[in-house]
Ligand binder design. Structure first.
Ligand SMILES: CC(=O)N[C@H]1[C@@H](OP(=O)(O)O)O[C@H](CO)[C@@H](O)[C@@H]1O
Ligand SMILES: [Mg+2]
Length: 561
């Protein structure tokens, strides 16, 4: 970096001093904290996003959101040029600059990193970024801090895209870098037209039988509800009612939203006994998570939860079905039938019943550690990779190779056997690849795909929910002295350090029919998470309690003194 560049960073960073005692880590989903202490962090992430753009010679994105956290929190994360999460290789640098104590130190860190990464400031191509934020009131001033960070890099430009869902911003970055149309309107048009295309390919007899078509969506009082209101105007075949859109005065994520519904297993605010039998869905605060539920008739606060695992199962079932239709012998003979590799990626939190169901369908199921960056990476190894966290974050990835084969196959079928079942299957898969947000999990695009598949199958939420029955489970949190003392392996299913705790967990697990339990350090909170499942709820609860006790014995405060 030349002196001019150094002094630019020095001057602007002195406007954004690091508050006393703040220590932040990029974590599973970027930096998150109380919004009042985040300005210097967001400023520095602005610099990082610009450097990432220079390094890759591509557009990057910066999103200001704290997802399902309370409204006073905020956060910041980066979209890499692919539209996915920031490359893991840059996370240590993100941590280092976020915690750098003085402007001088910050400049030195950046200078060293720029040399190490061989980032060129020759002005051939300047850094370029898209910025977005969710509906949090703190978003506006934090966005300003991000801009100042970006502008500290000579020649860098940032386009403020305004209030967006997290997946919209990721989608735009991906689309722009692929040279495709990438405005918000383009996003809505791509989703709605591919949805209509899928619905038009619904078998006729099923279309006529479908009477229960109303969907009620909990918008978490966040950005998702507002965007769904726009999107739904472009979908004439569907009745969608949005509640908790934020306009009725409710507070973001307070007693509402996908995280609340999935963790507490109760109805969000604004849903009552009168909603029994209606298909309901819930988005999280930045609309990258989606769960479905229905209100139970015996008690208005109880729900029947249809979580990320079941969304995954529905998608997997549909894709598998279309692939086998495509392979059927048709009028034409195909020499180059493509053996598409279909892979399913789950985490250890996936309900054991879902994994059994998927395996019994004959699907390849693999596991990744918690955090979508890990799932995404694994899913990208397949021609079609479907990944979901139980909490409702997930998507489907299609390889370039498969899509170009599919496109060619569709053209061939449309000349030889237009309107055949095979051609329809090809068209459906192409429509799915356009509908689903391949950059990152997206509640809005996921919701439309669920709706299209339910229509295709003529299924109610009840039919869907009956695919399999969840094993009872329980999640607990344990405060420990140092959660980093826990080291896990095999996608977090076994503890390798500290010694002996895994043996003790195994002894507990063996006491329960269908028992399964694991512990891992959270990436977003200072706790150890405990998960347990078993054949009945009491057993899952009791197993979780025993394992939590072990965590406390081995790692808790009693042990430290
Ligand atoms: C059990 C659980 O739901 N964990 C969540 C949570 O991560 P933890 O590392 O468990 O704190 O937040 C992540 C980011 O939103 C999400 O990816 C993940 O699934
Ligand atoms: Mg979220």
């Amino acid at each position: 970096m030349n002196d001019n560049q150094k002094s630019l960073i020095l001057n602007s960073s002195s406007q954004y001093p690091l508050p006393q005692g703040v220590k932040l880590s990029y974590g599973t989903a970027g930096f998150r904290a109380d919004a009042s202490i985040l300005e210097s962090t967001v400023f520095r992430v602005g610099i990082l996003a610009a450097l990432r753009s220079l390094k890759t010679q591509s557009l990057t994105g910066l999103m200001i959101t704290a997802s399902h956290n309370q409204v006073n929190d905020n956060g910041v994360k980066i979209a890499d040029p692919s539209g996915g999460m920031l490359t893991q290789e840059w996370e240590p640098f993100a941590d280092a600059i976020a915690n750098s104590p003085t402007p001088q130190h910050l400049v030195q860190l950046i200078d060293e990193f720029v040399k190490k990464e061989n980032i060129r400031f020759d002005g051939v191509r300047s850094a370029e970024m898209l910025l977005g934020r969710d509906t949090r009131p703190s978003g506006e001033s934090l966005l300003e801090a991000a801009k100042q960070g970006v502008y500290s890099i000579v020649g860098a430009t940032a386009t403020d895209m305004g209030i967006l869902t997290t997946p919209q911003l990721h989608w735009m970055v991906r689309a722009r870098n692929k040279g495709m149309k990438a405005t918000e309107l383009d996003y809505f048009e791509q989703l709605s037209s591919s949805f209509r295309c899928l619905v038009d390919l619904t078998p006729n007899q099923i279309k006529m039988n479908n009477t229960d078509d109303k969907l009620v969506v909990d918008g978490a009082n966040g950005v998702g509800g507002e965007k769904l209101e726009v999107l739904k105007k472009m979908l004439n075949s569907m009745v969608i009612e949005v509640r908790n859109s934020g306009k009725e005065g409710g507070v973001l994520n307070e007693g509402v939203g996908a995280d609340y519904v999935q963790k507490e297993k109760v109805v969000p605010r604004g849903f009552y006994l009168k909603d029994v039998g209606i298909r309901c869905a819930s988005l999280d605060g930045d609309a990258d998570r989606l769960v479905y539920f229905s209100v139970q008739s015996n008690n208005a606060s109880n729900i029947n939860l249809v979580d990320g695992d079941k969304i995954l199962s529905l998608f997997a079932l549909f894709i598998k079905e279309q692939l086998s239709i495509l392979k059927m012998e048709g009028d034409d003979h195909v020499d180059d039938n493509y053996e598409a590799r279909l892979g399913i990626v789950q985490t250890a939190y996936a309900n054991g019943a879902s994994t059994d169901y998927l395996k019994q369908l004959g699907l390849e199921v693999v596991f990744a550690p918690t955090g979508v960056k890990y799932l995404h990476e694994k899913a990208a190894e397949y021609d079609i990779g479907i990944y979901f966290e139980a909490n409702g974050h997930g998507t489907i990835l299609f390889s370039e190779g498969f899509l170009s084969w599919l496109d060619a196959r569709n053209n061939e079928l449309s000349s030889k056997s237009k309107g055949s079942e095979q051609q329809k299957a090809a068209l459906r898969l192409l429509a799915v690849s356009n509908l689903i947000n391949q950059a990152v999990g997206d509640a809005l695009s996921g919701l439309l795909l669920v709706e299209a598949i339910l229509q295709y199958k003529g299924w109610s939420i009840h039919n869907w929910s009956e695919l399999y029955h969840d094993l009872p489970s329980r999640q607990l949190k344990v405060k420990v002295v140092d959660r980093t003392a826990v080291v896990t392996a095999n996608a977090e299913t076994v503890v390798v350090r500290p010694p002996l705790i895994q043996e003790a967990i195994n002894v507990e697990v063996a006491k329960y029919p269908r028992g399964r339990s694991f512990i891992r350090p959270s990436g977003t909170e200072d706790v150890i998470r405990v998960y347990a499942e078993a054949s009945i709820q009491e057993a899952a609860d009791s197993l979780a309690n025993s394992v939590a006790k072990l965590a406390d014995q081995f790692l808790g405060f009693g042990n430290s003194g």
